[in-house]
Design a protein around this ligand. Structure first.
Ligand code: SF4
Ligand code: SF4
Length: 421
């Protein structure tokens, strides 16, 4: 690394530590006391108006039990602390409740618009951090996820040596050995879920066809998002430090992510990275690129398509238009909206660490979402997130609706319409 890169890395990591009031684990008692104080303070400002339960997928899917509303979760942690529930046998009930949240961000937007702008999600996150510190959380299946991220650098327990297998025989620059302007950050799910290998490959071919100077990391590792949402801040910090190091060594100007979760992590949770390296989700990058260098659509796609907004693009970052612009650009596509879309979009149920565990009663959120898609008359659900893709595809299969509707990522749709071989 050059001296400039070394200084930058030190700055980034210093800011990372300061943001967590470091040291995290050298004074665990202080960290726990701070988490409790944060939770009690925010929960005491809640008016209990319950506006935030409007649109919360938990309130809907569990038929409105008050404890399973956003303010209910927050108050449950508050009383868990006040009534010393963290020490007795009820603690698992509290854990099971808190890990229901999909982290969709709906409640945060609603409280901000209608009430007192309580950062509900940060409080739920602090509650999970607290449970993790006290060895109460996460859920049993999620403990393995943490171990797998720690040992293998991915939440699926896959061998890191096979991480690039999805590429097959496609040639692509490997960073930092090669040099490129853009880093394509593929993410763990696209790298290891064999049903998504073709998505990764099509993304690469699409960028090639658009003449983007890009490469992938020769040793990509998890962005840390699953560790953070599950409550393991120390593991998250470790992955953040490793990734910042890799990004700086790669020398790129822009990072483009396949997953909205990686995008959110780099933009919001790796301090200052956005000031030094531009970070974009691929839908933003492609929308800009195609506007600047119009493409030739060779294959018309006469399909009725409905777009499912991933929460970590829509409700977390208000990226609603770019994915729709891309779909509208394709000749033949008729874009129709579901009853719930944009800021009112229904979560697929995969966020918040729930991809790794079954935490929900029937019907599952993804099944409700597929039902909403069917109601539009669409025969194709487009999305832009590997987790949403997986959740919705599984729901279509479980509901035996493969003849009626299919699920595709926007990158796959563009690939088809451009007639790339
Ligand atoms: S909308 Fe805000 S103030 Fe009202 S109950 Fe929910 S968290 Fe509390
Ligand atoms: S983030 Fe979403 S799932 Fe979690 S409490 Fe808020 S609205 Fe409900």
């Amino acid at each position: 690394m050059t001296k400039e890169q070394t200084d930058l890395k030190e700055n980034l990591l210093m800011e990372t530590s300061e943001s967590m009031d470091e040291p995290l684990y050298m004074d665990q008692d202080r960290y726990i006391a701070e988490l409790k104080a944060t939770i009690l303070d925010a929960a005491s400002r809640c008016r209990n108006c319950n506006y935030c339960s409007i649109g919360c997928p938990l309130s809907d899917s569990t038929r409105g039990f008050i404890s399973q509303s956003p303010s209910g979760l927050m108050q449950s942690v508050k009383y868990g602390i006040r009534w010393d529930m963290l020490e007795n046998e009820d603690r698992e009930d509290l854990r099971n409740l808190l890990y229901l949240c999909t982290t969709c961000n709906n409640c945060v937007l609603t409280c901000k618009a209608k009430a007192t702008a309580i950062p509900i999600l940060e409080i739920i996150q602090a509650g999970r951090n607290l449970l993790r510190e006290l060895m109460i959380g996460p859920l049993p299946e999620q403990r393995k996820v943490l171990k797998d991220i720690y040992i293998n650098g991915n939440p699926y327990g896959e061998n890191p040596a096979t991480r690039m297998d999805w590429l097959g025989d496609l040639a692509v620059k490997r960073l930092p050995q090669d040099q490129a302007e853009v880093l394509l950050f593929v993410g763990c799910t696209t790298s290891y879920d064999s049903k998504l290998f073709s998505l990764g490959r099509k993304m690469v071919q699409l960028l090639d066809a658009l003449k983007v100077d890009f490469g992938v990391l020769s040793e990509e590792t998890c962005c840390g998002h699953p560790a953070r949402v599950i409550g393991d801040e120390a593991l998250f910090q470790e992955k953040a430090a490793q990734n910042v190091d890799k990004f700086l060594k790669s020398g790129v100007k822009t990072i483009v992510t396949v997953s909205p979760h990686c995008y959110n992590t780099f933009v919001k949770e790796y301090p200052s990275i956005g000031q030094n390296i531009k970070v974009q989700h691929y839908t933003q990058f492609l929308a800009e690129r195609i506007q600047k260098y119009p493409v030739k659509w060779r294959i018309p796609l006469p399909r009725m398509v409905t777009y499912h907004d991933p929460c970590y693009l829509g409700k977390h970052h208000r990226i609603y238009e770019e994915p729709r612009e891309l779909l509208r650009a394709v000749e033949g596509i008729e874009l129709v909206e579901m009853a719930q879309s944009r800021e009112n979009s229904l979560c697929c149920g995969g966020g918040g660490g729930r991809m790794y565990t079954e935490v929900e009663d029937n019907p599952r959120l993804a099944e409700t979402r597929v039902g909403q898609a069917i109601e539009t008359g669409a025969n194709l659900i487009a999305t832009a997130c590997p987790w949403c893709h997986t959740m919705l595809r599984n729901a279509v299969e479980d509901m035996n609706l493969q003849e009626k509707i299919e699920v595709k990522d926007i990158a796959e749709i563009l690939f088809e319409a451009m007639g790339i071989h």
